[in-house]
Design a protein around this ligand. Structure first.
Ligand code: PLP
Length: 374
């Protein structure tokens, strides 16, 4: 049985060139980058070249890229230090953020008694910008945390516009860009964003490594205490092979961006077309003009199919999901869909299908045929 992977918003397959690069670094560049001898200097050079390469692709300065163990860590660090060290008294965020942001914000609210406001969500799953502007009319020192591309429904935030609004209102702006780094151009010289985060395993790199972009002179302080790594902002010996793999993955993602984007967009249109033929009354959750690799659909199937649909597809070797990876095993409704679907629709089966350049039209055909047999 050919296995079909259509869950690329959860994680992606590593590119062979990335594995090659990581294997080389593991075998040859095993020095500790903080050591001053030649082995250390060699590892340090791999580390700093990786940082430079990542910074170049995002038009940032190398010193603004801080390596972390994952996107979750980077989000936790930025939000926590903003409250603890930058004296942010209020966080404005949304109910459709990833739990790495939502649960961190709730913990900070409990620990520091900060004010938390949630921006209204429009019926198409997008942020209501008018409501954001209204919320920002308060004087309190505020950080806005809004994700770039939503991992469940693929709605896109206009980073440019939100950055300008935050600047006009003197608010700090953090964006969880885990789903968009490596999949769309991001120019950090042009954008008014203070902090963004990324995770290598979302762009065909290894798991267990990510980075934060922290704009110069932000005043952010470390989450962990220990060594002086990452200019004292993130203690702990850097995972050099992971970081080199991440830099390679990002380089390849941007080198192939245009062609892969066109290819994936075509597959997404093909999928929508096939669903229109086989399930004429299906609907798209979120804005139909959402991000090119994510499609979240509400299928015209009875409620009793909801719990077993993923299992049924899995038996046929097809991997998709119902929401974010951490939720997809549960039958609990998605916190993202709950923000704009009716309670009736929420009980019905919704599926998130997320595509990569490794997928083919045949994969889509197999998925649609499998759905017909449910
Ligand atoms: N933020 C978003 C939008 C995500 O999709 C994910 C991935 O699950 C994360 C954060 C967490 O990233 P990581 O798996 O690197 O901790």
């Amino acid at each position: 049985m050919k296995k079909i992977y259509l869950d690329n918003a959860s994680t992606t397959a590593i590119r062979p060139e990335v594995i090659q690069e990581m294997t080389k670094v593991l075998a040859e560049d095993y020095g500790n980058p903080s050591s001053t001898h030649s082995f250390g200097r060699n590892a340090k050079s791999v580390l700093e070249l990786s940082r430079k390469s990542i910074a170049k692709h995002l038009n940032a300065a190398a010193q603004e890229i801080i390596f972390t163990s994952c996107g979750t860590e980077a989000n936790n660090w930025i939000l926590r230090s903003a409250v603890k060290d930058l004296k942010v008294k209020r966080i404005v965020t949304s109910k459709i953020e990833h739990h790495a942001v939502l649960y961190t914000v709730l913990a900070l609210q409990e620990e520091y008694g900060i004010q938390v406001d949630y921006v209204a969500i429009k019926p198409n799953g997008e942020i209501d910008t008018t409501d954001l502007v209204e919320l920002l009319s308060q004087e309190t020192k505020t950080l806005v945390s809004l994700m770039h591309v939503n991992n469940e429904i693929g709605t896109i935030l206009n980073l440019d516009r939100i950055g300008i609004i935050c600047k006009q209102h003197n608010a700090l702006f953090h964006s969880d860009t885990v789903q968009s780094v490596g999949k769309t151009e991001i120019d950090l010289q042009k954008l008014s964003v203070d902090f963004i985060v990324a995770s290598a395993h979302k762009f065909h790199g290894p798991k267990g490594v990510g980075f934060a972009f922290v704009r110069k002179n932000s005043g952010l302080q470390p989450l962990f205490f220990g060594g002086e790594q990452e200019k004292g902002l993130r203690a702990g010996t850097e995972a050099v092979h992971q970081i080199a793999g991440m830099a390679k993955a990002l380089e390849l993602s941007y080198a192939n961006l245009e062609s892969e984007k066109i290819y994936i967009s075509e597959l997404k249109s093909y999928l929508i077309h096939q669903l229109e033929i086989e399930f004429p009354t299906f609907s798209i959750n979120g804005n139909p003009e959402g991000f090119y690799n994510i499609l979240n659909v509400l299928l015209p199937l009875s409620e009793d199919k909801t719990a077993m649909i993923l299992f049924h597809l899995d038996m046929k070797g097809i991997a998709v999901s119902r929401g974010s990876a951490c939720q997809s095993g549960s039958i609990k409704a998605s916190h993202v869909l709950a923000e704009f679907l009716s309670s009736e629709d929420l009980k019905k089966p919704s599926l998130r299908i997320s595509i990569s350049h490794y997928n083919t039209k045949e994969d889509i055909d197999v998925l649609v045929q499998a759905l017909k047999t449910i």
